[in-house]
Design a protein around this ligand. Structure first.
Ligand code: SF4
Length: 425
């Protein structure tokens, strides 16, 4: 979602007449889009701001702008700590970001800070990403279809920084898909904190997928992310029956202990999650299921952890993002006793990583010797970065002319997170 927001702001700035540079040192205006999901992301932002501040000491006209979730959460604190920051624009105001940046640059004025936390009422959030037609060809485009989240998982800061859940206008989404398609996009990725609860005027997510599938020049549709409590049979049927919808689903499990799931306020049990996996695999036998897991959540015992480890071995995810729990300010979990020692959190994390890597490597190895249809996304030094429909990266020799084409490849070699192949003649 942050990539999508950054692209949207960047594209707006280009439309307003800005040029993009590749290095901070060459910039007149430096925009930092921030994430608050984990403390580590915020630390990274602080160290980037430190570097930008050093640069501004010698390049006095440089404007430093902070946008996104961290700007929303910590607006005043950022400007107090980094006096050289010129503008802070929170996630709720991000659709105004490009306009405000250009205004600031045009005025060439002194620091002008917006109150990041004032935010407009959620109902006023406009579909800024949808207003952006794309002048440049790009075979894969992200498209935000929802903003905010109402779920309040006890560890998560997103509802506080991105506001309430809003489904964007279905017609506008489809119109933007068509514009992208006309400009050479082959694959659309629908984004939302929980696309499974998309509903605009009675059109649910399965119906949106069906409508998007009718756009002729779009050959692939992906989406993320999903919430197990809202993954409906309707949606499973849509993934199974619509050929353009890719056979990959990211379905965050977080834990396989019902006690921990309850404490996380996830509103499903492990047996419900397991049943969804079974239904998905029954209807879409070649589906790649990936997940998120948190280790060392408050009061996670050895028994709770072992339940998660057993689930990982049993389900055999195609990939997993595994994080060590760290409390986030204002969340319900931050008030719980963070009682799993850090060394133990790390130990559990490593065990899960080892297991998921082993399984991912086995799954990747099983692709060797098979033909796969891939979409060429990028090309660097004569090597194409391509992707299968089930979301596996495949590197093959090729040329920039191949970008945007669907190509048949024979898989010759496998690593945990990527495959290597040759174009079938
Ligand atoms: S569903 Fe839960 S984890 Fe995902 S964004 Fe919403 S609150 Fe956060």
């Amino acid at each position: 979602m942050n990539i999508c927001d950054s692209d949207a702001v960047s594209l707006s700035l280009l439309t307003f007449g800005a040029d993009k540079v590749n290095a901070l040192v060459d910039a007149d205006v430096a925009v930092l889009n921030t994430c608050s999901v984990r403390a580590q992301a915020e630390h990274k932002a602080y160290s980037w701001l430190g570097r930008a501040e050093e640069l501004k000491a010698v390049k006095k006209d440089l404007k430093i702008i902070v946008i996104g979730c961290m700007a929303q959460r910590l607006g005043d604190k950022i400007t107090k700590r980094f006096k050289s920051v010129d503008l802070v624009i929170g996630a709720k105001d991000i659709e105004e970001a490009a306009k405000k940046i250009i205004e600031l640059q045009n005025k060439n004025s002194k620091a002008q800070k917006t109150d990041a936390r004032s935010g407009k009422p959620d109902a006023d959030i406009s579909d800024f990403s949808l207003k952006l037609s794309t002048p440049s060809a790009n075979p894969v485009r992200y498209l935000t279809i929802m903003r905010g989240c109402d779920n309040y998982c006890s560890y998560c800061v997103v509802p506080f920084v991105r506001g309430n859940e809003i489904s964007l206008n279905c017609e506008d989404i489809l119109k933007q898909c068509e514009i992208y398609a006309e400009n050479g996009t082959k694959e659309i990725k629908f984004l939302g904190q929980n696309v499974n609860s998309y509903n605009y005027g009675g059109i649910n997510f399965a119906a949106l997928l069906e409508k998007a599938s009718e756009i002729e020049k779009i050959s692939r549709i992906r989406f993320m992310t999903n919430h197990p409590k809202d993954l409906s049979q309707d949606l499973i049927d849509a993934i199974a029956s619509l050929p353009k919808v890719c056979n990959h689903i990211h379905l965050p499990m977080q834990s396989a202990s019902d006690k921990i799931l309850q404490s996380m306020n996830r509103k499903y049990t492990y047996s419900h999650y397991r049943l969804l996996v079974e239904q998905l695999r029954k209807k879409i036998p070649d589906i790649n299921i990936t997940t998120d897991i948190i280790t060392g959540f408050p009061q996670e015992t050895q028994e709770d952890f072992q339940a998660t480890l057993r689930a990982v071995k049993d389900i055999r995810f195609g990939g997993a993002y595994i994080f060590r729990y760290s409390p986030r300010p204002n969340t319900a979990a931050a008030a719980m006793s963070d009682d799993v020692p850090i060394e133990e959190k790390k130990r559990r994390l490593q065990i899960l990583l080892d297991e998921t890597n082993k399984i991912s490597a086995e799954i990747a190895a099983s692709a060797v010797g098979r033909r796969r249809l891939v979409l060429a996304e990028k090309c660097e030094d004569g090597v194409l970065e391509t992707r299968t429909k089930d979301n596996r990266k495949v590197f093959v020799k090729g040329s920039p002319q191949d970008i945007g084409k669907e190509i048949d490849v024979l898989i010759a070699q496998a690593k945990i997170n990527s495959l290597f192949g040759e174009i079938c003649k």
